[in-house]
Design a binder for this molecule. Structure first.
Ligand SMILES: Cc1cc2nc3c(=O)[nH]c(=O)nc-3n(C[C@H](O)[C@H](O)[C@H](O)COP(=O)(O)OP(=O)(O)OC[C@H]3O[C@@H](n4cnc5c(N)ncnc54)[C@H](O)[C@@H]3O)c2cc1C
Length: 401
């Protein structure tokens, strides 16, 4: 079987690696001149680490990324602790893997370093894909066409593969914007503060920060705010520190001191999409953000893309003679879970940014209770996603029965 994966982001690279490791002929087609990840931090939960195990990169990830003992969720001004969800010890045993925060570029490197160069095709901008008799075809900007048994669109929220197969629809502006920056260890005003994983919830916004390297030395922050004053979706738009200081004036002093220590500030608007009715047409399918772009509030976008990659591989290996059927199974297994994450992330956006002090108090009490007793496994709680193990054969047995 031959598979063409369009898009060399985290989802596409994971798919190429999973397929290559299991002996499937694969080509990875990326429009950029190199494989690179812009943006800094990723929060990865045990379901992603179990997928890393399947991909053979779990150990590499653990020796690169940062393992926080807990995440401290705090109130925006006073710093009062709302909850301290644990991220190590018995919680790792419970979910069968650890939590990690990582630099995106480090993760991408781990995914692609095992891929032979001949499989990676750079400067390959796909303009569409289609089904022809017993074959899938991907077309590229330079006029090249390639044939494969399966074409996988892993080309992100503005997927050309999706547009060509399902028709063009604009993504939805979510009403949220965010700023991000990185603070090197030597610039941290208070190193012991900076080396913790924290989330600060306030009216109309929240801020998260955590180290992205094992030694705790490089701290990533992302500051979210409800606003319709900016709608450009760009990972590279630089802005001035004063924007953040004005937006978060009155927020906790120690938090603002950390943010002030970044050399650069980037700003972008957050978009998602309504869940798609279908992910596949014949021999063409979608994976990651091209299928289910979501707000980042459950920290599950990349986790879902990487899970997709593993389950797609397993589905193709189970039905190598009938790839179209394999894609039906893939979609059946993945769509409910990814849709839950998409919608759960929207719910969580509203919860994190509640403006009314009373509603915030109610939320905080519930959150503190959940964090202590783990009672709520609704989709708005990220913990609802942690159990999943891509290597668990029961995932397929449910479909078989
Ligand atoms: C602020 C923020 C914070 C986030 N935090 C987290 C987090 O903590 N944890 C988490 O799990 N997720 C997080 N996410 C979500 C995560 O970043 C995405 O879900 C994930 O990167 C999607 O990966 P992907 O490979 O599907 O798509 P992308 O990363 O968008 O990759 C698509 C790739 O396809 C290429 N491409 C595009 N068009 C074409 C074309 N026509 N032809 C060829 N190649 C093409 C692109 O150049 C790119 O390399 C966050 C997102 C944001 C915005």
């Amino acid at each position: 079987m031959k598979v063409a994966v369009i898009g060399g982001g985290l989802g596409g690279a994971a798919a190429a690696l999973a397929l290559h490791r299991r002996g499937v002929e694969v080509g990875l087609y990326e429009k950029a001149p190199e494989l690179s990840e812009i943006g800094a931090g990723l929060n990865l939960s045990p379901n992603a680490l179990k997928a890393f195990r399947y991909l053979g990169i779990e150990r590499g990830a653990i020796s690169t990324g940062f393992q926080a003992k807990e995440q401290v969720i705090r109130s925006f001004r006073s710093g009062r602790t709302i909850a301290r969800p644990r991220r190590s010890g018995d919680i790792e045993e419970k979910y069968g893997a650890t939590f990690l925060t990582m630099h995106r570029a480090d993760l991408l490197r781990l995914l692609v370093q095992e891929l032979p160069d001949r499989l990676v095709h750079l400067n390959s901008a796909c303009i569409g894909a289609e089904n022809r008799e017993n074959v899938a075809v991907a077309r590229f900007e330079d006029g090249v066409e390639i044939e494969a048994d399966i074409v996988v669109g892993a080309d992100g929220i503005h997927s050309a593969v999706r547009d060509s197969v399902f028709g063009q629809r604009e993504p939805r502006f979510t009403g949220c914007i965010c700023w991000r920056g990185l603070v090197p260890g030597e610039a941290l005003p208070n190193p012991s503060f900076g080396r913790q994983m924290m989330a600060w919830w306030g009216p109309h916004g929240h801020i998260v920060h955590y180290p992205v390297r094992r030694d705790g030395g490089l701290v990533n922050f992302v500051a979210h705010f409800d606003s319709d004053g900016w709608m450009e979706e760009s990972w590279t738009y630089e802005c001035d520190r004063s924007e953040l200081m004005e937006t978060y004036a009155g927020w906790n002093r120690e938090l603002l001191d950390l943010i002030k220590s970044s050399e650069r500030y980037y700003k972008w608007a957050l978009y998602d999409r309504e869940p798609l009715d279908d992910w596949s047409r014949g021999r063409v399918t979608l994976l990651g953000d091209s299928a289910h772009p979501m707000l980042p509030y459950l920290g599950q976008g990349a986790c879902m893309a990487i899970e997709d990659a593993c389950i797609l591989t397993e589905a193709l290996l189970r039905d190598p003679d009938d790839p179209t059927f394999a894609l039906v199974i893939y979609e059946k297994l993945r769509k409910p879970r990814a849709t839950r994450a998409q919608l759960g992330s929207r719910f969580r956006a509203r919860q994190n940014h509640l403006a009314s002090p009373l509603a915030r108090l109610r939320r905080d009490v519930k959150m503190a209770w959940n964090s202590r007793f783990g009672a709520d496994s609704s989709a708005g709680q990220a913990a609802a996603f942690y159990d999943y193990d891509v290597a668990d054969v029961r995932i397929f047995e449910e479909i078989d029965s």
